[in-house]
Design a protein around this ligand. Structure first.
Ligand SMILES: *[C@@H]1O[C@H](CO)[C@@H](O)[C@H](O)[C@H]1NC(C)=O
Ligand SMILES: *[C@@H]1O[C@H](CO)[C@@H](O)[C@H](O)[C@H]1NC(C)=O
Ligand SMILES: *[C@@H]1O[C@H](CO)[C@@H](O)[C@H](O)[C@H]1NC(C)=O
Ligand SMILES: *[C@@H]1O[C@H](CO)[C@@H](O)[C@H](O)[C@H]1NC(C)=O
Length: 406
C-alpha cells in the first residue's frame, strides 16, 4: 500500500468508527426507558383514588395524587427518572437492595440484585392421588419458566426498583401468601379468596366488586419496608395466575370499552378516538364511547401513545416480574378452578373454602373464549396481528402459550 492508500484506509476506518459511535448513541437514547412516555403522560392528570387502582406503576408515578404518593413512604419510588446507562441507573433503593441481600444470605451481592432462591413447593399438606397431576403440572411450569429465564438474560430490568417490582403483589400474612395480581385472569375472585383467608370477610360470595378493588383491605408488598419485603419474598408462597395474552387483551377491551365506563371512556376512549379515527369532526361528539378494537390496538402499538399503559393490558412480564420473583406456583386461567383449588390445599386453607367460579361483571356476556378472540382479531391485518403478538411475546414464551397461526 502506498501512503495515499494508507491514509485513505485510516480515514475510512475513522469514519466508520464515528458512524458506529453515533448509531450506538442513538440506540442508547432510544431504549424504552419510560422517560419519553412519562413526559407525554404528564399531560393527563386524573386524581381519584379509584383511578389510581387501575394504572400501572409506571403511570401511577404520574397520575397518583400527591397525598397518596406521600403515604407510600417511599421517596425513591416517586418520579425517579429512569436511565438506561447501567452505571447511573442504580438508584439508592437498588444499592440498598444489594447490601440487604448480601447480609441476608451471607453471600456476595449477586449480579441480578435479587434473592434468587428457588424453593420447591411444600406439598406435605396434600396427600393422595387426587392432586398428583396438578402437582406434576406445577413442577413442569416452574421448571419451564426457570429455564426460560436462565436462557433469556434480558428480562431483568435494571431500571426497576424493588418497590415498584412488588407493587402488584398482594400479601396474605396468615397463610403466608404473596399473590401477584394479573387483571383479566381471575384476579377479582383471587382477592376475594385472600380476603376470606385473611379473616377480612366470611364468604367469597358476599364481597362486591367495588369492595374487592377499591376497599384497600389487602396490603400490597410495596407497603412494607425492605426487610419486610425480603422476609416475605423469601419465606411466603408466591403465586401468579396468567392467561393466554390475546384472550386477556380481548377480555380487557370488552370489559372496558364495550360497556359504559366512567373512567376508561373519558380518559382512554376519548384520546384513542381523537388520535386514530379519521374525520372526528366536533370534539363534543367524542365522549369516548364506541372505541373499535382496531383503534384500541393502534393505541397499544403506538410508540407515542396519547395515554399511558394500564394494568388490564400490561404484559405479565411487566406486572409481576416472573424472572425475578421466583413464583412457587404458576396458575393458568385456562385451568383456573383446578389450579386454584390445588393451591388452596397446599397452603392449608379451610376445607370449605372453594375458589368461586362466578363472573361478577357483565355476567350475561359470553366469556372471552378462543373463538371470541378470533372474531376480534379478524378486524386486524396480518401485519397488525404480528405486531400484537410481538408486543406480548415474552408472556407467550414465559408461560408456554402457543402463538396461533397468523
Ligand atoms: C411443609 O409444611 C409443613 C406444614 O404443612 C411443615 O411442617 C414442614 O416443615 C414444611 N416443610 C418444609 C420443607 O418447609
Ligand atoms: C408447552 O406447551 C406444549 C403445547 O401446548 C405442550 O405440549 C408442552 O407440554 C408444554 N410444556 C410445558 C413445560 O408445560
Ligand atoms: C351474605 O350476607 C348476608 C347479610 O349481609 C347474609 O344474610 C348471607 O347469609 C351471606 N351469605 C353468605 C353466603 O355468607
Ligand atoms: C356518546 O356519544 C354517542 C354518539 O357519538 C352516543 O350514542 C352515546 O350515548 C354517548 N354516551 C354518553 C355516555 O353520553
Amino acid at each position: 500500500m502506498n501512503p495515499k492508500q494508507v491514509f485513505l484506509s485510516v480515514l475510512l476506518f475513522g469514519a466508520a468508527g464515528l458512524l458506529l459511535f453515533m448509531y450506538l448513541q442513538v440506540w442508547i437514547e432510544e431504549q424504552p426507558t419510560g422517560r419519553t412516555e412519562k413526559k407525554r403522560e404528564k399531560g393527563t392528570s386524573v386524581t381519584t383514588g379509584k383511578i389510581q387502582e387501575h394504572i400501572t406503576n409506571q403511570n401511577s408515578e404520574v397520575h397518583m395524587p400527591e397525598d397518596l404518593n406521600k403515604k407510600t413512604g417511599n421517596p425513591i419510588n416517586l418520579g425517579r427518572p429512569t436511565r438506561v446507562l447501567k452505571k447511573s441507573s442504580y438508584s439508592l433503593g437498588e444499592n440498598r437492595a444489594h447490601r440487604s441481600i448480601g447480609t441476608h444470605q451471607g453471600a456476595e451481592p449477586i449480579e441480578t440484585n435479587w434473592p434468587l432462591v428457588t424453593q420447591p413447593l411444600n406439598t406435605s399438606s396434600v396427600q393422595g392421588h387426587r392432586w398428583q397431576k396438578a402437582g406434576a403440572t406445577q413442577e413442569k411450569r416452574r421448571s419451564f419458566l426457570h429455564e426460560f429465564c436462565k436462557k433469556y438474560g434480558g428480562v431483568n430490568d435494571p431500571q426497576s426498583n424493588i418497590f415498584r417490582m412488588v407493587s402488584r403483589i398482594y400479601v396474605e400474612d396468615k397463610h403466608k401468601i404473596l399473590y401477584c395480581e394479573v387483571p383479566k385472569a381471575g384476579c377479582s375472585n383471587w382477592k376475594r379468596v385472600l380476603m376470606v383467608l385473611n379473616g377480612l370477610a366470611s364468604s367469597v360470595y358476599n364481597i362486591s366488586h367495588g369492595t374487592v378493588h377499591y376497599g384497600k383491605h389487602l396490603k400490597t408488598l410495596n407497603s412494607f419496608d425492605l426487610k419486610g419485603i425480603y422476609m416475605r419474598l423469601n419465606t411466603y408462597t408466591k403465586v401468579v395466575f396468567v392467561r393466554d395474552p390475546m384472550e386477556r387483551l380481548v377480555s380487557a377491551f370488552r370489559d372496558k370499552f364495550e360497556h359504559p365506563n366512567s373512567y376508561y371512556h373519558p380518559v382512554f376512549g376519548k384520546a384513542i378516538i381523537k388520535k386514530y379515527r379519521p374525520n372526528v369532526y366536533a370534539e363534543t361528539l367524542n365522549n369516548g364511547s364506541g372505541v373499535k378494537f382496531k383503534e384500541f390496538v393502534y393505541y397499544l402499538l403506538d410508540a407515542h401513545r396519547p395515554v399511558g399503559m394500564d394494568i388490564h393490558w400490561e404484559r405479565v412480564s411487566k406486572l409481576c416480574y416472573p424472572c425475578l420473583i421466583n413464583y412457587n406456583f404458576v396458575g393458568k386461567f385456562e385451568s383456573l378452578e383446578e389450579d386454584a383449588n390445588y393451591f388452596l390445599q397446599l397452603i392449608g386453607a379451610p376445607k370449605e373454602l372453594k375458589f368461586p367460579d362466578f363472573k361478577d361483571r357483565h355476567s350475561s356476556d359470553e366469556r372471552t373464549s378462543a373463538q371470541v378472540v378470533r372474531r376480534y382479531l379478524k378486524d386486524l391485518s396480518r401485519a397488525e396481528r404480528q405486531l400484537l403478538y410481538d408486543f406480548y411475546h415474552l408472556d407467550y414464551l414465559m408461560f408456554n402459550y402457543t402463538t396461533p397461526h397468523l
